[in-house]
Design a protein around this ligand. Structure first.
Ligand SMILES: [Zn+2]
Length: 679
């Protein structure tokens, strides 16, 4: 295994975040420097939203204020992630060049305002955004404290303007070459949609094929528009990336992603990112497993390399209906949680709480009171001290997971627009059900996509793989043949990449390895459930019940207990060469998923990192292991409100206390506390 830091020149854990001194009078800047250094902050992200002030008109640039800020932070020994400011265009640009404005999904043309407000196919935006990136790179290329470029900010959204429509036709021409191919792929004979000219094609939005936000009448066409929109915005990123790379080839480049964000196919993006960075803003309802799953997704899109936690709030967000404070210790715990899943850098939004507009109630290291005398500041300072003590020992270390969960954005798009079988189909939630079970078993998981190799894994779980990418079946077949365990569920292998349904029985080619075919699928309303007995316990069958025929009767592990399909298989296991393929034909309870993955792991001899299954609620205790040339680092995080006691399996050192522990020694972890154990 090779271990890769996000930047070879970084020798310590970077700690800091978004700093916007331009929103404040200069008199306050020196005070900021004092307070940031006192909080053990060693890095700031600068220039995220300054386009309008840096560029007052088409051919005027004014870097004087940014020069001052850059010199100030360099003088104070802070590292910099320098942003390009292109996530919000200046008002003058919208006024003089309205092509830069977006058109919404319902056809409404926007006026100037907000952020993420530029049409990705606007000639104006495509001219001036990379030009600004180039000017910034030229001006600041010799600042040796720049550790990364941060392009734009939280890319996202969709545009449906005329420029996008024209660009969509070109994208389609490039993809399909002929209208015959396109008509076939979109099945346009349905409802008489045959196209004779590329110009007849319009954007599938609320003015055309959609009749509600997620309800389209032409799935293949809509899927292509999602892909096109993701590609268009991705091209904006690439425009800037190329300009910067020409000037500073040795400084890594990133943009901050947003975890399970539906609109952009991040896996495609990650190929053009020198490292992944992302913003972690879980809702109040998110449990530790769901947050962990997002970290694993973000690590997974970049070959499992360590990543940067670009943003989190130190205390509170401002956009939720109820913006609960992070309780004492939670910011620290969640920061280490990011690290436990691969983060090499912990950052906040924001350093000083802004005075006006919509983020004035968003948490910050320095609050409106303006002093170091706050709970949040003290917690930030304490964490900074700890990260400083950890030095850079952990940087670049990786998780060595034996279990992978398959997740694909194209499949997400397809399920999002699927007309039937149930409006309650929820791809992310189905993934989470299996993930939570593994999380509770204290087993490391990688979240992988179609192009990732399977060699390192013993178990591959692919919930709801409705669309299977071309050629993926061959990988799965080899994986199982070689001894792997494959798990498929209801809604697997039904469509190709164009949303054309497979003929000859579901789940398409996967019939072979699973040893079955699915004849029908029954969608149950929320208040209805069937049931089945698995491994001696009764579990509910909810949401979808597949009516399945097995090639071999002996493969059946559970049958439905009710309705006209009583006695038909719901859980099956088929041996295929050296491996096994499971089919779970329904959605069930968390107890079922726990039992299933426990059995799968036993069967494959995958053991928990630390066996603490006897604890009251294993889902509140998180365990991961990272490894590099310096050793193996076991993270144990106590998310519960109670103190726990665990046995440590090997001799090692607790990093923050530097206490040496002998094999089998019991150690207490307080509520919301953690330990990092080096063995
Ligand atoms: Zn547009």
């Amino acid at each position: 295994m090779t271990y890769k830091k996000f930047n070879d020149r970084v020798e310590e854990i970077l700690y800091g975040g978004d700093y916007n001194p331009e929103q404040w009078p200069e008199e306050i800047w020196e005070e900021d420097m004092k307070l940031l250094k006192e909080a053990n902050i060693n890095e700031v992200t600068l220039n995220v939203f300054s386009w309008a002030s840096i560029q007052p008109s088409e051919d005027e640039y004014d870097f004087r204020r940014l020069d001052k800020i850059m010199n100030l932070v360099r003088k104070n020994g802070l590292k910099v992630m320098l942003a390009t400011s292109t996530a919000a265009h200046p008002p003058w640009m919208a006024h003089r060049h309205p092509d830069v404005l977006r058109t919404e999904f319902d056809g409404k043309k926007r006026k100037f305002g907000g952020r993420h407000n530029s049409c990705p196919n606007s000639p104006t935006y495509r001219k001036y955004a990379p030009l600004l990136a180039k000017k910034l790179a030229e001006r600041y290329k010799d600042y040796d404290n720049i550790v990364a470029w941060h392009i734009s900010n939280e890319y996202g959204g969709v545009c449906c303007c005329e420029n996008c429509e024209k660009a969509f036709r070109l994208w389609l021409k490039d993809k399909y070459k002929t209208l015959d191919n396109l008509n076939y792929a979109w099945n346009t004979e349905f409802w008489g949609h045959h196209f004779y000219d590329w110009d007849e094609i319009v954007i599938p939005d609320l003015r055309s094929e959609f009749f509600a936000w997620n309800r389209t009448q032409f799935q293949g066409m809509s899927l292509d528009y999602f892909r096109f929109n993701s590609d268009s915005i991705f091209r904006n990123y690439q425009d800037e990336y190329r300009e910067i790379k020409k000037i500073t080839p040795d400084i890594p480049i990133t943009t901050n992603l947003m975890g399970f964000y539906e609109d952009l196919d991040y896996r495609k993006w990650a190929k053009y990112m020198d490292f992944v960075s992302w913003d972690n803003y879980p809702s109040n309802e998110c449990g530790p497993a769901e947050i962990a799953m997002s970290h694993d997704l973000m690590r997974g899109i970049h070959n499992g390399d360590s990543f940067v936690l670009m943003e989190q709030t130190p205390s509170v967000t401002n956009w939720l209906p109820y913006n609960a404070l992070k309780r004492p210790g939670i910011m620290r715990l969640w920061s280490y949680q990011a690290m436990a899943h691969g983060a090499d850098c912990i950052q906040f939004f924001q350093m000083r709480r802004t005075r006006g507009a919509c983020e004035a109630l968003h948490g910050a290291v320095i609050d409106h009171v303006g002093t170091n005398n706050t709970r949040v500041y003290r917690e930030v300072k304490q964490l900074g001290l700890e990260l400083h003590k950890l030095k850079g020992e952990i940087l670049g270390s990786r998780l060595d997971s034996k279990v992978a969960i398959y997740f694909d954005w194209n499949n997400w798009y397809a399920l999002r627009v699927s007309a039937g079988p149930s409006i309650n189909i929820d791809y992310k939630n189905e993934i989470l059900c299996y993930y939570r079970a593994l999380f509770s078993e204290h087993i490391d998981v990688d979240i992988i996509g179609p192009s990732d190799p399977l060699d390192n894994y013993k178990i591959l779980i692919a919930p709801m793989m409705f669309m299977s990418q071309d050629g993926y079946y061959d990988k799965v077949k080899k994986f199982v043949s070689d001894g792997g365990t494959f798990v498929a569920t209801y809604l697997t292998g039904m469509i190709d990449e164009n949303y054309l349904f497979k003929l000859g029985g579901y789940p398409g080619e996967y019939k072979e390895v699973l040893g079955l075919w699915v004849e029908e699928s029954d969608a149950l309303p929320e208040d209805k459930a069937n049931s089945f007995i698995y491994d001696g316990t009764k579990y509910p069958a909810k949401l979808i019940c597949d009516l399945t025929h097995l090639d071999k009767e002996d493969d059946c592990l559970s049958v439905y207990e009710e309705d006209f399909y009583k006695g038909m298989p719901v859980v099956s296991r088929h041996e295929f060469n050296k491996g096994k393929a499971y089919y779970i034909g329904t959605h069930s309870s968390s107890e079922f998923y726990r039992k299933l993955v426990h059995n799968l792991c036993v069967e494959q001899d995958i053991k928990p990192i630390i066996d603490i299954s006897a604890l009251d609620d294993p889902e509140q205790i998180e365990v991961t292991a990272r490894e590099n040339y310096n050793g193996k680092f076991i993270f144990v995080l106590n998310h519960s409100d109670k103190d726990i006691e665990i046995s440590l399996p090997q001799n090692g050192t607790v990093l923050l206390s530097e206490e040496h522990i002998e094999n089998g020694h019991r150690i207490k972890i307080k509520a919301h506390d953690l330990l990092i154990y080096k063995v």
